[in-house]
Design a protein around this ligand. Sequence first.
Ligand code: BGC
Length: 415
Amino acid sequence: MRLSRPFCHWLIAATLTATSASPSWAAKVEALHWWTSDSESAALNVVKESLAKQGHQWQDFAIVGGGGGSAMTVLRTRAMSGNPPASAQIKGPDIQEWASLGLLQPLTPLALDWERIFPATVTQHLRYQSEHVAIPFNIHRVNALWLNKAIFDELKLTPPQTWDEFISASQTISQAGYIGFAHGLQPWQDALLFESVVIAELGPQVYRQIFVEHHITPSHDQKLVAAFRQFRALRPIVDDQAIDRNWDTNARLLAENKAGMVLMGNWVKGELQLLGLVPEKDYLCLAAPGNGQTFSYNIDTFVFFKHHQGTDAKQAQQALAETIADPEIQIAFNQLKGSIPARQDISPAHFDFCSQQDIKDFKQFERVPSLAQGMANTGLTQNALVDVISHFFNHPRVTPEQAVQQLHVAIKATQ
Ligand code: BGC
């Protein structure tokens, strides 16, 4: 792997700082997360190593499963038995939910100028009442499309701008012997695809009214029916091997010139980069069809549980939070992760073409919280929505009208 120049500088600086640190209060900090792909592990190592240099020990509690569904189930079980980990990856409205139970450590002792260094889109997810209770690593773009350049060039295809063009490109690619669209039939991946279809069909304002504010009018219903119809049209282009295929396997298929397109959050870029691919040369990073002016965001955040009474554990928790917020760590972590830093005071020059584009788009575009990534709803509502969406996608007998009714029920039943 080639390291960028700023990253090398950071490594040298971090090593120098580390040798001078000699904490007398070293402690262990157990962290629950679902970062288990190669690039996710590489990014997380930046944090682990920095923590170790400060004399603290990271205790890994990794639960396999892209999207984090399994990790959240394990976390609930641990918390219910009165034994939550010191730290956990929790996102979106779930943060407020956990905080309202009185389980989260306020991060007030951190000397951070929160509202200055993080955009309001980020800080709104970090606060519970008047305190900050979560620390952000990054901002991921969810509604993103990844194209294999060699396959597109060979078949003289242009990037699809609409879902019809997407379907037609996928068919052309598969007729040439490749996988047209590498999707994994896991409920969270189905929901992620649906999200991009809905944004294209309904636009960001209506998306927000329905999936964030839960205000669904009869005219919204009609639009939703059309979106489900469009979503259904994508099912035939999903290949036979897609059942339960992980997102990082799809990224690898694209990297190995076996698949033409992947539609997935920009954590895919972390994987492509680790496999040695270069943006614009080997692959193109684009908005999902019809999603050009909308940035569906997903923010990775860690929270800290209160149950640790020992001063040492508290210090280690604080050291981890400070490490995550550190500008140099935000650069190094996000260079590997595919995301852009949560901090807004970091120069885009540290990042590659795709991330620079994301930084620009995040500023200019309409931002919506990702439905599929638990940024729009609490886990309870999200799981119910994902079930409806994935069930529809994989059961042709369910009509779009029935799916819309099921969405209503899912939202009402979980409020
Ligand atoms: C997380 C990303 C992660 C992806 C795949 C998402 O829920 O927010 O950080 O890379 O899942 O594991």
